[in-house]
Ligand binder design. Structure first.
Ligand code: FES
Length: 120
């Protein structure tokens, strides 16, 4: 059976061959610990680094690309927007917060989405 290896928490979740499973839903059901808030691609709290198996993932959609920006080029995805159809290994920062909350990247992206002009 294909597996999602949740490296940061040391948990592994299996799913049926031929299935395509949402990574965040799988984490929640099997208590694998990926942090999350909205489950709808908005907050960016559930950022995961794809360590292995990127070829078994659904291609990113526009919302995920817009949310992650350059992080996507570093192998980061949003668990709530990503589906796995084969073995993958992921990790994350257990303390991470939403993109708007604590990062310069988050602030820049938020300004872009909201069309807010830079304060200077
Ligand atoms: S949980 Fe908010 S973007 Fe995935």
């Amino acid at each position: 059976m294909p597996k999602i290896n949740f490296k940061t928490s040391g948990k592994v979740a299996e799913f049926a061959e031929g299935d395509e499973v949402n990574v965040l839903r799988t984490s929640i059901r099997a208590e694998c610990g990926v942090p999350w808030r909205c489950a709808s691609g908005n907050c960016g709290t559930d950022r995961i680094l794809i360590e292995e198996g990127a070829e078994h993932l659904s291609p990113p959609r526009r919302r995920e690309r817009e949310r992650l920006g350059e992080l996507m080029d570093q192998g980061v995805r949003l668990a709530c927007q990503t589906y796995a159809s084969g073995d993958i290994t992921i990790s994350w920062d257990p303390e991470q917060k939403g993109l708007d909350e604590d990062s310069e990247l988050g602030k820049r992206l938020k300004k872009r989405w909201l069309g807010v002009m830079e304060d200077s």
